[in-house]
Design a protein around this ligand. Structure first.
Ligand code: NAP
Length: 244
């Protein structure tokens, strides 16, 4: 019997790679997207063509009403969500003194509120079943802080706190909650980095390269698999040694 995974922000980058990897491992996958409908539909097509099961569902994870509709649609098509990957994210580089109230709210809204709304929507069915897994995407900047990314770093650090507290709360219900905190990964999120920036980052990374979305998907897949069944409240950081 196939199990159901829901990946937020699965139209591109890490979320897309995670959705494809999970489908390959036999999960039925709900790919959430916000604005990139074409890419989300193309990812679903790729999964279906390979013999898997997947649907794409549009929702802004920072809106609790839309998250409710996302989970209702997932459950209607594939049954209760057994694995939730809170991956949706945005980035912005600004000095703290230049951040507007709106910049701050949007960053917290997509990352931290979105993670909270999706966990709250997923948990009742997991608690009833006494089983389930939640994997939250943090970042190395949530672990060590990133200059000119104070709001992003604060949101990602908040996700680590949420993960640890929730792991204690729902562990007795048989549910694991973990974080994956990637280093620098080649996705559109880093599209603004110049070739010089990228060369400098490679230089600073002991393993000598920028990560690929598949490197992060592998960490997500590990935690989602039975091999990760005794792991909860942890932060797994695929970062090439950039942060040790
Ligand atoms: P990306 O390529 O920019 O993709 C972002 C994804 O999030 C897209 O699918 C986008 O959907 C979705 N999204 C954005 N706002 C959303 C919203 N309000 N509701 C639902 N979905 C929304 O980013 P990525 O690099 O793959 O990053 C994925 C996660 O990893 C993020 O949480 C990011 O912070 C984290 N991370 C990334 C890196 C890195 O170096 N790339 C490092 C550490 C952590 P649409 O395209 O449909 O709008």
């Amino acid at each position: 019997m196939k199990k159901t995974a829901l990946v937020t922000g699965a139209s591109r980058g890490i979320g897309r790679a995670a959705a494809l990897a999970l489908a390959k491992e036999g999960w039925r996958v709900v790919l959430n997207y916000f604005s990139s409908e074409g890419s989300a539909v193309a990812a679903v097509r790729e999964i279906l063509d390979a013999g898997g099961e997947a649907i794409a569902v549009q929702a802004d994870v920072s809106d609790p009403g839309q998250v409710g509709i996302l989970f209702a649609e997932a459950e209607k098509r594939f049954g209760p969500v057994e694995l939730l990957v809170n991956n949706a994210g945005i980035s912005q580089q600004k000095l703290l003194t230049d951040l507007s109230d709106e910049d701050w709210r949007r960053m917290m809204g997509v990352h931290l509120d979105g993670c909270f709304y999706c966990c709250r929507a997923a948990l009742p069915a997991m608690i009833r079943k006494k089983a389930g897994k939640i994997i939250n995407l943090s970042s190395i900047w949530g672990m060590v802080g990133g200059s000119c990314e104070v709001h992003y770093s604060a949101a990602k650090a908040g996700i680590i706190g949420l993960t640890k507290a929730l792991a204690k709360e729902v562990g007795p219900s048989g549910i694991q909650v973990n974080c994956v905190a990637p280093g620098v990964i080649a996705t559109e999120m880093n599209g603004q980095l110049s070739p010089e920036d990228l060369a400098a980052l490679r230089e600073e990374t002991p393993l000598g390269r920028i990560g690929a979305p598949e490197d992060v998907a592998a960490a997500i897949l590990f935690l989602a698999s039975p091999a990760g069944d005794f792991i909860t409240g942890q932060v797994l950081s695929p970062n090439g040694g950039f942060v040790i």
